[in-house]
Ligand binder design. Structure first.
Ligand code: MG
Ligand code: MG
Length: 631
């Protein structure tokens, strides 16, 4: 797939945009007229700058309100076009986008528009330029690519072609199969954008809420497959108007865009069984069958408290690393590593963030294939030196600069805790409290990174995102979205915080970045687990009695059950599939905590309870934790 992106998609001054676009790996760039006008340099300077970065200028845009105008507007419009042609030649691009007319003066009429394009084609041909026509979803007379195609067909000029834009087609729910009958040489460029499904005015939706393919809810893959069916092998160019992107990091947004196109190309290649759209073929999305371990970075002093908390949660030390200061704790199928080593990446992570769950390991079918796919999708590989005889775990960098290790059972990687560790168990009779596995890992990111990580996870791993939920923190809104697979063996909740007075925002500010904020363990019987936890000295987060009055009334619960929950600070939720029980630890450090859950068929994450959990945690963290008004 030949990749391009419109300058309007990302933030910054034009030179910064071009730098970010080139660095992300794009081959082409669309120059948006406003970016050019705001730049203090000639068109030739812009052209040189793009070429110096190795970028082809795929398109100059937009040229508005052209077709179907009465005189004297019509003559003026053609004069205007000639001036744009001058500019394009200086810039060094041969393609301009004409979007369908929105002017009240436009007269409509397919043949009139076709005649205008034929004349424009003649003028463009004299200069060796091409004109592409795009139907805006809100065009006055033309708002459907099928009508735009009919105009292009009737214009019957080699220098006049069609521009397809997934947003304009999909936002109007136009059948994408209508694209399959368009001759490929008449499609001059294809623009791609996704968007979340929001019922609102098309123009407003388009100008503010577009996002990268795979980040929204539109069937961009089906659209691209229809384009691919024509044999089109030109540029796919991202044209994303999004307020958040325009305020975000130019490099991060450009990188997301590139990842989205590679992923889209991969999906189309797989669905069509055709090779031509693909870049390099890559292994399929990795199937995750569980979290193999979570690793904390800490130091000797702080590790004491962390290990005490783990023991209170019923974990037992089972082994220590052969050459590093890393201790393995286990319970049920759960492994937790406490890394006290001050050398290496964990030590560096600790120095920056303090005690921190800096790494998770995912159990996949084939770790090296999973890593290969991740790297093909622009993920950053991670490795650090190991001693002779120790395993080099395949890994990539994840949220907040953390690490995702990839482990499988078909290679010795699955036995890492025997190969790299030697048994050294806790003395005495510490008993399990019944925790079986990691149910979910919750990561907190700043709000503008959320789409980045959703795309990261869903493109690399076989998982999907669930609809976004707003969690009302007493100090603001936290957006929550989940990445999960169908079997529930991969569940990552992402909380996007907008301000630091929310608990999630505080966590980000204090941790100098995004990261794992809580880990939830699954038990088969939360009441038994809660009783055992209390014997181990575990203190669960105190939940106010008002909560129990409310939950009892809301769900019509048996008062006896409510009393039992209240005695153990257990929270409750229910969905169409079943019931959910949860309890929390207090916060550890700057807002990290553990959760214990029991699912009785329930598929959610207790979002409705988050507000009570947040209020309770904040109460615990005051006075030094948060400003008073944060409540
Ligand atoms: Mg467009
Ligand atoms: Mg949770």
């Amino acid at each position: 797939m030949k990749t391009s992106i419109a300058t309007v998609t990302i933030s910054g001054e034009l030179p910064e945009k071009l730098e970010a676009i080139a660095r992300a790996g794009f081959e082409g760039v669309e120059i948006f007229e406003n970016d050019f006008l705001a730049f203090d340099g000639s068109p030739a300077d812009v052209g040189r700058l793009a070429r110096d970065h190795g970028l082809e200028i795929t398109l100059f845009q937009p040229f508005r309100d052209f077709e179907g105008m009465p005189e004297p507007h019509r003559s003026r419009t053609f004069d205007r076009a000639e001036r744009k042609f001058d500019l394009m030649q200086e810039l060094g691009t041969d393609l301009v986008l004409v979007c369908s007319n929105v002017s009240p003066a436009a007269q409509g009429g397919i043949d009139r528009a076709a005649a205008d394009f034929r004349e424009l084609g003649e003028r463009a041909a004299k200069r060796g330029l091409r004109v592409g026509y795009e139907a805006l979803a809100w065009g006055r007379h033309i708002n459907d690519h099928r009508d735009a195609w009919e105009i292009v067909r009737r214009a019957d000029h080699p220098n006049i072609g069609l521009i397809l834009d997934s947003f304009h087609t999909l936002s109007r729910k136009i059948d994408v199969n209508s694209i399959r009958s368009i001759p490929r040489e008449k499609i001059f460029i294809v623009q791609l954008a996704d968007a979340p499904l929001i019922d609102m005015d098309l123009l407003y939706w388009s100008r503010h809420f577009r996002n990268m393919p795979g980040e929204g809810d539109l069937p961009v893959t089906a659209f691209t497959e229809a384009v691919a069916a024509t044999g089109y092998d030109g540029y796919f160019s991202l044209e994303i108007f999004n307020d958040q992107f325009r305020g975000g990091s130019s490099r991060a947004i450009a990188a997301d865009g590139h990842r989205s196109l590679i992923y889209l190309g991969d999906q189309v290649r797989r669905n069509l069984g055709a090779d031509y759209l693909a870049g390099a073929a890559m292994p399929e999305r990795a199937d995750v069958s569980g979290v193999a371990f979570v690793e904390f970075a800490t130091d000797l002093d702080e590790s004491t408290e962390l290990m005490a908390l783990l023991r209170a949660l019923g974990f037992r030390k089972t082994a220590v690393h052969r050459t590093k200061s890393v201790v393995l704790f286990e319970q049920g199928g759960i492994k937790i590593l406490v890394n006290i080593d001050q050398a290496g990446f964990a030590g560096a992570a600790y120095a920056v963030h303090g005690t921190f769950a800096y790494a998770i390991a995912l159990l996949v079918d084939d770790a090296s294939k999973a890593q290969e796919r991740a790297i093909a999708l622009d993920a950053e590989p991670f490795a650090q030196p190991v001693q002779d005889g120790e395993l080099q775990l395949p890994a990539i960098r994840g949220v907040g600069g953390g690490v995702i290790y990839l482990i499988d059972e078909k290679t010795p990687l699955g036995r890492f805790s025997e190969i790299d560790f030697r048994p050294e168990a806790d003395e005495g009779d510490l008993t399990s409290v019944g925790l079986m596995r990691i149910d979910h890992v919750a990561q907190t990111v700043s709000y503008d990174e959320m789409l980045t990580w959703l795309l990261f996870y869903t493109s690399i791993f076989d998982a999907h995102k669930t609809p976004m939920v707003d969690i009302i923190d007493p100090a603001g809104v936290v957006r929550s979205q989940v990445v999960e697979n169908n079997t529930g063996t991969l569940r990552i909740t992402m909380n996007g915080a907008e301000n630091r007075r929310t608990l999630a925002g505080h966590f980000i500010a204090e941790k100098f970045g995004s990261g794992i904020q809580h880990i939830a363990f699954e038990t088969k019987d939360i009441f038994e687990t809660a009783a055992s936890l209390s014997r181990c000295g575990f203190k669960s987060l105190h939940i106010s009695s008002n909560y129990y009055d409310d939950v009892e009334a809301r769900f019509g619960l048996d008062p006896e059950l409510t009393e039992r929950m209240k005695a153990r600070n257990i929270l409750y939720d229910r969905d169409d599939h079943g019931e959910y029980f949860q309890l929390y630890s207090g916060t550890y450090g700057e807002g990290f905590f553990f959760e214990v859950v029991e699912r009785r068929g329930y598929r959610g994450y207790g979002a409705a309870n988050a507000i009570f959990r947040i209020a309770a945690l904040k109460k615990q963290m005051r006075p030094e934790g948060l400003p008073k008004d944060a409540l």
